[in-house]
Structures are given as structure tokens and as C-alpha cells.
Write a protein that binds this ligand. Structure first.
Ligand code: GDP
Ligand code: IMO
Ligand code: MG
Length: 423
């Protein structure tokens, strides 16, 4: 059996959590392959809203195994909070939630380094979630990191202290005043390590390899979005991992030949949280309306998300990089009531019209060129079937499918599990 991927195609928060939850009934295993608690994946069903940061979004289905892969970075403190929040739902986490020994650990000092780095950048700050993601991946590639498997070693504490000391030394070079009480942070960290230790650690690449061999159906759940990818995103305003399809291979130990469907998920408009270029960003009433109706506030930091029209130049790029085989369009309901919808189909780049994503998409280089489509007035939130969708929305979908040369197989019309139309 092949491994299917579900990836965000924009700047994150496309609705990955909701769709992984919806699709889990078709899979035996859900596996996160990159990112960490910078992610906030929202699921809604039976009137309850859940936000997951590190735990895969298949956790609420009884039959599915959920794996935190080697490419993920885990903050034990946040992880423990997630586990505690799940307690009342009586989920058999000991058997259903498996953690790769090769996943790296976020230390309290990684978070402090993140804060110091951002503060030192002033106006040029990334707008990081400050969860220690960048410094942890730096330690991983710098070959200094601590991994989940190290927790099982006798000298874990010594290894921890050695890395912590290195971090404190680095923090002192920033010339930035950060207030912190390390002994409190460490007490919390080691308590959380005990919780983590109560779960099953696995050699996840071997586990997944065997699962594939035994015909299990696996869905890899991405975090962030393609435009936040460390290589292909809007660098330096990106995250520190490969959020694109290749990241699933390295983040789980799955060979490219074992990848099946690539499900690309996007909002019917665009949002971004944090700093960095955003060609179709709106600063007017339309942008305000998208933010208000779409409740566009970050699931991890609560920050207001920036909103704008759909950017097909960027979306095409993401479809290509990932080899998307099916598209899923989220939040169509938020666009109800707009008389006209704009879709960016090309850029004016330094005076020339181009239709690919160039190196430099800062405001001074790029002006979006829009195609206008007719909007619809109907409320979509209780529609269950494709045939009931307003003609203007069907025209919008057809237009996008043609431009992106990929079928849109799912349309989402609300945050709840049930507000999902399969096509
Ligand atoms: P993720 O990070 O990709 O999992 O997405 P987030 O959970 O950060 O953000 C998506 C937000 O949109 C959440 O608040 C979801 O509950 C909500 N949402 C998902 N799909 C829809 C939809 O079709 N319509 C509306 N109105 N909200 C949605
Ligand atoms: P999900 O999985 C949206 C953004 C941050 C910042 C940049 C770097 O919920 O889609 P980092 O904390 O990685 O150093 O932040 O990336 N960012 C996200 N934006 N959704 C996310 O995850 C994000 N994870 C990171 O806002 O601009
Ligand atoms: Mg999110």
C-alpha cells in the first residue's frame, strides 16, 4: 500500500486538522512528519472544538494509530498539555499514540533562544510562534540536538545539561534582556518528560515500513503550508522544516516510490499569520470581512491572520512542487455575499507580466493581476451535496480546476466534520 499525503498549499491554517479528521475513517495510520507546536490544527465535531499542536489529527478515531514521526520537533511541555486536554475523552493513548525515537526535543532554552533571536531582529522579525522551532531544527542540522530516544539513556540528564549550558552561553551573546526562571522551566520540562515516557517510543521508519508491507493505509499529515517551506517558501519568512511532499519522505522514512495520492488543501481565499510578503493581501473592508466571517485568528498564538484574495500564481507553484493529485477547497462558505470575487492569475513583476512565482515577491516588485468572477449570495453552511451548490461557486471551482489542472475533490463549507462535500 502507498502512503497518501495531505499538505497545506498556502501559508498554513488551510484546515488540515479538519480534513485529516474527516479522512481518518479511510486510514489505519495517521502520521505527522514535520513541524512542531508551531502548528495549531482545529477539529470540530459534536459541538466541541479541539486544537492539536503535535498530536496527529486522527486521534479521535478509535481504530486509527497516530504516529509522531522523526521529522517532528516535540516540546514535552506542550505535548503534556495536549495529552492532559485529551484525558476526558478516554482515548487509549498508550496504544494509539506512537512516537518516533528520532524526533527531536524542544528544550526550554530553545524557546528562549527563539525569543532572543526574534527580539534582536527588530522590524525584520519573522513573526515566529516563539515555540523554539528554529533553534531546535538548527541543533538538529548542527548535530547537537537531543532526541526522544535519548530519554531512554542513563545519561539523558547530563546530555540535557550540556546542551542547556551551550544555549545559555548563546543567549548571553544576544545583548537582549530576557526574563526567565530556568529552574521553574526545567521542573516543568522534566515533569513533562515523565509523561512523554509513559507513551510508546518506536523506531517509526521500521514500523511504517512494516505497515506498508502489510497493506495498511497510511495518511501523512503535514503542518504549516508550502509557502512556509524552508527551501521553497518566502524565505526568510518561513518555518524551519520542509513542509512540502519531500518532507514526508525524510520526516517518516518513506521512499518516494511509496507515495500515493497527494492531497493539496487550500482556502478559497488566502491568509497569512506573521511577517513576510503577501501579494494579494487586502487592507480594505473585503479583507476585514474575510477575517471576521472566517474567524481568522491563529489557533496557536491567537494572532489576527492577514487576509487576501486567492493567489493562483502561488497556488500553482505549490501544486507543482508537491505533485498534487487532488485539491481540497476550504472555507467556501466565507466567500458568500461577495458580489465579485477576485483571483490573482498573474503578477506584474518589475513591469513585466509573469505567471510563475519569482524569487522576490515583495510589494515593491510585484503587483497582482486579477481575473474577476461572479460571487454568490447563498449561505452554504448546511449544504450537503455538490448539486446544491450555487452555480457561481461551481463556476469558481471549474475555473480553478482548469487553471491548476487538478480536480477539486472536496469542498468545505464550515468548520464541523459534517460540513464537508465530497465530489
Ligand atoms: P490547520 O492548521 O490547517 O489545521 O487549520 P487551522 O485549524 O489553524 O485553521 C482553520 C480554521 O478554519 C479553524 O478554525 C477551523 O475550524 C476553520 N475551518 C476549517 N474548515 C472550515 C470551513 O470550511 N469553513 C469555515 N468557516 N471554517 C473552517
Ligand atoms: P499550521 O500547521 C500558520 C508561521 C509563523 C511565522 C513563521 C515561522 O497550523 O498550519 P515558526 O514558529 O515556525 O518559527 O514561525 O511561520 N507559522 C504558521 N502559520 N500556520 C502554522 O501551522 C504555522 N506555523 C508557523 O506565524 O510567520
Ligand atoms: Mg493552524
Amino acid at each position: 500500500m502507498a502512503v497518501d499525503l495531505l499538505l497545506g498549499l498556502q501559508w498554513g491554517d488551510e484546515g488540515k486538522g479538519k480534513i485529516v479528521d474527516v479522512l481518518t475513517q479511510k486510514y489505519d495510520i495517521i502520521a505527522r512528519f514535520q513541524g512542531g507546536p508551531n502548528a495549531g490544527h482545529t477539529l470540530e465535531f459534536n459541538g466541541i472544538k479541539h486544537v492539536l499542536h503535535t498530536i496527529p489529527s486522527g486521534i479521535f478515531h478509535e481504530s486509527a494509530i497516530n504516529i509522531v514521526g522523526n521529522g517532528v520537533v516535540i516540546d514535552p511541555v506542550i505535548f503534556k498539555k495536549e495529552i492532559d486536554a485529551l484525558e476526558k475523552f478516554n482515548i487509549d493513548l498508550k496504544n494509539k499514540l506512537l512516537i518516533s525515537r528520532k524526533a527531536h526535543l524542544i528544550l526550554p532554552t530553545h524557546r528562549l533562544l527563539d525569543a532572543a533571536s526574534e527580539a534582536s531582529k527588530g522590524k525584520a522579525k519573522i513573526g515566529s510562534t516563539l515555540k523554539g522551532i528554529g533553534p531546535t531544527y538548527m541543533d538538529k542540522t548542527g548535530r547537537n540536538g537531543l532526541r526522544v530516544g535519548d530519554i531512554e539513556l542513563d545519561d539523558f540528564e547530563t546530555r540535557y545539561k550540556s546542551l542547556r549550558d551551550k544555549h545559555e552561553e548563546m543567549i548571553s551573546h544576544y545583548n537582549i534582556e530576557i526574563q526567565y526562571n530556568l529552574s521553574e522551566l526545567e521542573a516543568e520540562f522534566f515533569e513533562a518528560i515523565r509523561t512523554l515516557k509513559s507513551l510508546q517510543f518506536i523506531d517509526s521508519e521500521e514500523y511504517i515500513h512494516q505497515a506498508i508491507k502489510n497493506g495498511k493505509k497510511i495518511l501523512a499529515e503535514g503542518a504549516q503550508g508550502s509557502l512556509l517551506d524552508i527551501d521553497f517558501g518566502t524565505y526568510p519568512f518561513v518555518t524551519s522544516s520542509n513542509t512540502t511532499a519531500a518532507g514526508a519522505c525524510t520526516g517518516l522514512g518513506v521512499a518516494p516510490t511509496k507515495i500515493g495520492e497527494v492531497l493539496g488543501i487550500f482556502k478559497a481565499y488566502t491568509t497569512r499569520v506573521g511577517s513576510g510578503p503577501f501579494p494579494t493581501e487586502l487592507f480594505d473592508e473585503d479583507g476585514e470581512t474575510m477575517g471576521r466571517v472566517g474567524r481568522e485568528f491563529g489557533a496557536t498564538t491567537g494572532r489576527k491572520r492577514r487576509c487576501g484574495w486567492l493567489d493562483l500564481v502561488a497556488l500553482k507553484y505549490a501544486v507543482q512542487i508537491n505533485g498534487v493529485t487532488q485539491l481540497m477547497m476550504m472555507k467556501a462558505d466565507v466567500l458568500s455575499g461577495f458580489e465579485t470575487l477576485k483571483v490573482c492569475t498573474a503578477y506584474n513583476y518589475k513591469g513585466k507580466e509573469i505567471s510563475h512565482l519569482p524569487y522576490n515577491i515583495e510589494e515593491q516588485n510585484v503587483t497582482p493581476i486579477y481575473t474577476e468572477l461572479k460571487g454568490w449570495a447563498q449561505d452554504l453552511t448546511s449544504i450537503k451535496d455538490d448539486s446544491q451548490l450555487p452555480q457561481e461557486l461551481l463556476d469558481y471551482i471549474t475555473f480553478l480546476e482548469k487553471e491548476l489542472e487538478t480536480p477539486i475533490t472536496l469542498v468545505s463549507v464550515g468548520p464541523d466534520r459534517t460540513q464537508t462535500i465530497m465530489r
